[in-house]
Design a protein around this ligand. Structure first.
Ligand code: ACO
Length: 340
């Protein structure tokens, strides 16, 4: 019998600190009009006072467990590109703080496509019989990796976390995830990178402790090139997964793209032939929350009634790596625990 991973509960959380476009204008050479018209972002959330990625992960993870009505799972997986520390992985700490016992726990890094890659990985754990249930969390405090003085990157990214509980089920039931389309292009890795702190820099001749150049400490981004790649890759990947699922574009009720830029989302939807009103959007309030972006937009839309049980959902994401991925599911009748 074929076994699938099925979504049993969804939780989300945002840190309380709001950063408006007006706040950014007070310290950057930019305008509210430029940021909103070029990105679609009006405000985003940011951690402060020592709050970090795993704090957000515990909040969202606890809400997903509550929404699913379970107190235990067989594994915890955390997707993040803003880990609390390089070592160890954060998922064991999340499992411990949620009182889940000595279960399997590990992290996964795939930037903005982290949620789709993580869904695929967790679905694999379930279909291989390694776990019967998984708590999967996308969590980011990526604002801490952004140069506050960089007017191109500072407006874009926001912090937050979203989580799903996945259980073992049948491929035919609502909430069953898949098929998937996943891809990467490492030849373009430098388009979006944080160079400081890794083994390459540590092993570089003459670069010692305390000598990391400031620009390497933060994200560097070739915005225009990323923009073009995002549109092309999300469009191609969406078409590939729809083909694999045997769905036509007209059968898609809800289009859920990684919230990178409203113009990217509109362009992908237009190329696919999906009407703008079928796209789920939260970038205006949340910004680009990397691996947390997709569960945050799903949680807000499901809690607000925009996403309903039975809706056919197309999910697609693109990010650093470069990496991209897409999947589909029929939205299940589940509880949501979300502040959105
Ligand atoms: N305010 C005013 N002007 C600005 C700002 C700002 N905040 N930022 C850039 N500009 C200027 C640039 O300096 C440039 O000026 P110039 O023409 O004098 O050189 C001009 O605006 C146009 O710059 P572009 O980069 O061509 O602007 P664009 O329309 O492409 O918008 C943006 C820039 C918003 C960054 C866009 O390229 C984008 O969204 N790219 C994708 C970014 C993204 O999604 N990154 C995350 C990927 S996912 C992940 O894995 C992390």
């Amino acid at each position: 019998m074929t076994v699938s991973a099925v979504i049993a509960g969804l939780g989300a959380w945002l840190p309380p600190g709001v950063v408006t476009n007006n706040d950014l204008c007070s310290r950057l050479d930019t305008s509210e009009e430029w940021i909103e018209s070029r990105t679609g972002i009006v405000e985003r959330r940011a951690v402060s006072g020592g709050m970090a990625t795993l704090d957000l992960a515990v909040e969202a993870g606890g809400r997903a467990l509550k929404a699913a009505g379970v107190s235990g799972v067989d594994a915890v997986v955390v997707a993040t590109t803003s880990p609390d520390r390089i070592c160890p992985a954060g998922a064991p700490e999340v499992a411990s703080r949620l009182g889940l016992g000595p279960i399997a726990a590990y992290d996964l890094t795939s930037a903005c496509s982290g949620f789709v890659y993580g869904l695929a990985t967790c679905a694999g754990l379930i279909s291989a019989g390694i776990a019967k249930s998984v708590l999967f969390i996308g969590s980011e405090a990526f604002s801490t990796f952004i140069d506050p003085a960089n007017r191109t990157t500072a407006p874009i990214f926001g912090d937050g976390a979203g989580a799903v509980v996945l259980r073992c089920g049948s491929p035919e039931e609502p909430g069953a995830i898949g098929p998937f389309d996943l891809g990467s292009d490492g030849a373009q890795a430098d388009l979006l990178a944080i160079n400081g702190g890794g083994s390459r820099q540590r092993s570089a001749t003459g670069l010692g402790h305390g000598e990391v150049p400031t620009e390497d400490w933060y994200l560097s981004m070739a915005g225009r090139a990323i923009y073009q790649q995002a549109i092309a890759r999300m469009t191609e990947s969406s078409l590939a997964v729809l083909d694999r699922a045997g769905w036509s574009v007209t059968e898609v009720d809800r289009f859920v793209g990684h919230q990178a830029n409203i113009r990217i989302l509109n362009s992908v939807a237009q190329r696919l032939g999906i009407a703008p009103e079928r796209a789920l959007i939260n970038i205006d309030r949340v910004g680009n929350a990397l691996s947390a972006s997709i569960p945050l937009v799903l949680a807000g839309a499901a809690a607000g009634g925009e996403l309903r049980p039975g809706d056919r959902v197309l999910i697609t994401a693109f990010g650093a790596g470069l990496s991209w991925g897409s999947t589909v599911l029929v939205w299940p009748d589940i509880s949501i625990d979300s502040p959105l």
